[in-house]
Design a protein around this ligand. Structure first.
Ligand code: TYM
Length: 327
């Protein structure tokens, strides 16, 4: 059976970007693949979380994973920092990656611009830690959103390079997995290209109907189409992206026709989007409330997941050490 691995940083609650970019695929894939989904708490250190928040934040994501439909009978869920083997592989991979190629990663360049006083080595080697997360399990598929394409390219490079240097065929090159074959980038409702926690433009899976309606109704629009069949400006394309991911095809086509014949009313479009988001989010929100308080259950699931992940990673590390020349 092929293996799938993916993770999310515990830097806040899950939002629609995380759901449509990643978690929806996790839920689909758990039936067809040997699945490991984790909470990337080491990766979250680049945003300097408070010590007292580390465990709580991991539990938040764990509860939300379960609420989205990840079933611990089918998929294992673990916390990254419970599997120390990852760090050893991270070190080995860092020996094969070059400063220039790490510096060229767009997310590194963005971060370096955002926090010029703290351009640390952890930021620089973020993609090699991610490669270690994936390759320690020799995973074949990685469900991620569009923003992770470059990190995935780096993971494939780590795999190829290790295999090449040592003349082995140990690591498969992990492939990105997309729910509907196309990479998803959920936009922000503020007109920006991406919904992201640090951009403050998210709709969270735990949010109440009224809050969702309020956010959607405030979404940025323009003064309407200027001519029939015109190209949609980015802010309008963003709204249609929501229709594409949350609504059915008929609804999408209905509003697309209205756009094309210039009879579209943005108020109606937004109402439709809000209702379709609510339809997706409501059952998840109800389950989040159930799981959130059951810390005993959450900790037991994480412990079981860690055992499976450690066994999988240590089998790989045993091979890696031998190949490199260690006992
Ligand atoms: P993170 O925590 O930023 O995001 C988690 C997942 O959500 C997806 N995502 C989106 N997809 C579409 N549209 C959006 N607006 C949007 N926002 C977030 C991301 O693409 C991602 O799939 N580096 C990873 C965590 C990680 C990881 C790994 C992932 C660490 N190790 C190994 C896969 C495999 C990250 O920062 O995700």
């Amino acid at each position: 059976m092929e293996k799938v691995v993916s993770g999310i940083r515990p830097t806040g609650n899950l939002h629609l970007g995380n759901y449509f970019g990643a978690v929806k695929s996790f839920v689909k894939m758990q039936d067809e693949y040997e699945s490991l989904f984790f909470i990337a708490d080491w990766h979250s250190l680049t945003t300097s979380p408070k010590p007292e928040d580390i465990q709580r934040s991991a539990r938040v994501i764990l509860a939300e994973y379960l609420a989205c439909g990840i079933d611990p009978q089918k998929a294992k869920i673990y916390v990254q920092s419970d599997v120390k083997e990852t760090l050893e592989l991270y070190l080995f991979f860092n020996m094969n990656m070059y400063l220039g190629e790490l510096e060229r990663v767009t997310t590194f360049k963005d971060k370096a611009r955002q926090q010029p006083d703290n351009v640390n080595a952890g930021l620089l080697t973020y993609p090699t830690l991610m490669a270690a997360d994936i390759l320690q399990h020799r995973a074949h598929k990685v469900p991620v959103g569009k923003d992770q394409e470059q990190n995935m390219e780096m993971a494939r490079k780590c795999a190829r390079r290790f295999n090449h240097i040592y003349g082995v065929d140990l690591f498969p090159e992990p492939q990105n997995f997309y729910f509907n074959t196309q990479a998803v980038k959920v936009p922000g409702l503020d007109g920006s290209g991406k919904m992201g926690k640090s951009d403050g433009n998210c709709i969270y899976l735990y949010e109440e109907d009224a809050a969702i309606r309020k956010k959607v109704m405030k979404a940025v629009t323009d003064s309407g189409p200027e001519a029939p069949n015109s190209v949609k400006p980015d802010v309008i394309e963003n709204l249609f992206t929501f229709l594409r991911i949350c609504s059915d095809e008929e609804t999408y086509n209905y509003f697309d026709e209205k756009w094309n014949d210039c009879s579209i009313r943005y108020g109606d479009l937004k109402k439709q989007i809000a209702e379709d988001i609510i339809k997706t989010v409501t059952p998840i929100r109800e389950r989040i409330m159930e799981y959130r308080s059951n810390t005993q259950l959450l900790d037991r699931i994480a412990q079981e997941g860690a055992e499976v992940a450690r066994a999988s990673a240590s089998a790989t590390l045993k091979e890696v050490r031998k190949i490199i020349g260690f006992r």
